[in-house]
Write a protein that binds this ligand. Structure first.
Ligand code: IMP
Ligand code: MG
Length: 171
């Protein structure tokens, strides 16, 4: 769906925009495991502001392509985000359930500011409203893999965004 060169070029643009928006500040990145690892690395390497990082793991999907609808906090942050300028880095926003839960949860911890950056956005599938500050690509309603995104834990390491064609299964 999106070739490697296009993903890389877009990440460069996002990094420039974020660096200029946060000029003079320190940025605390929150990488949502596991899917956002690749995006977080590529993006953070290109940021020109000082960066700190933390990791969090949530789960709302089973092993396949269908959501269970229930968000579970699997691993919490190591550090407090109080008074920090926080940018959450996500791989994809689909129904919005995960991020709507997460952003509410993080807001209660009183960061100085809280924004959200996602590599991919599937707006057609949204059931929970989420405010997204930085979007890499808006994509149609297809199940994608690569650049951190998995299908049953596979294909995360693909350097491009590909579409999974599921035989005889309709979401
Ligand atoms: P949401 O809570 O429905 O927005 O789901 C977000 C999570 O579902 C993402 O962080 C992914 O882990 C997973 N997900 C949603 N769509 C896809 C997809 O097309 N490919 C791989 N994972 C997906
Ligand atoms: Mg994910």
């Amino acid at each position: 769906m999106i070739p490697e060169a296009d993903v890389d070029a877009r990440i460069r643009q996002l990094a420039e925009k974020i660096s200029s928006d946060y000029a003079g500040k320190e940025l605390h990145l929150i990488c949502i495991l596991k899917g956002s690892v690749f995006f977080t690395c590529e993006l953070s390497k290109r940021l020109t502001v000082p960066v700190t990082m933390d990791f969090m793991s949530l789960s709302s999907y089973g092993d396949g392509t269908k959501t269970s609808g229930v968000v579970r906090l699997v691993k919490d942050l190591d550090e407090s985000i109080e008074n920090k300028d926080v940018l959450v880095i996500e791989d994809i926003i689909d129904s919005g359930r995960t991020l709507s839960y997460l952003m509410k949860n993080l807001k209660q911890r009183r960061p100085a500011s809280l924004r959200l950056c996602t590599l991919l956005d599937k707006p057609e599938r949204r059931v929970k409203k989420v405010k997204v500050d930085y979007i890499g690509f808006e994509i149609p309603d297809e199940f994608v893999v690569g650049y951190g995104l998995d299908y049953a834990q596979k294909y995360r390491n693909l350097p491009y965004i590909g579409v999974v064609e599921l035989e005889g299964e309709k979401d």
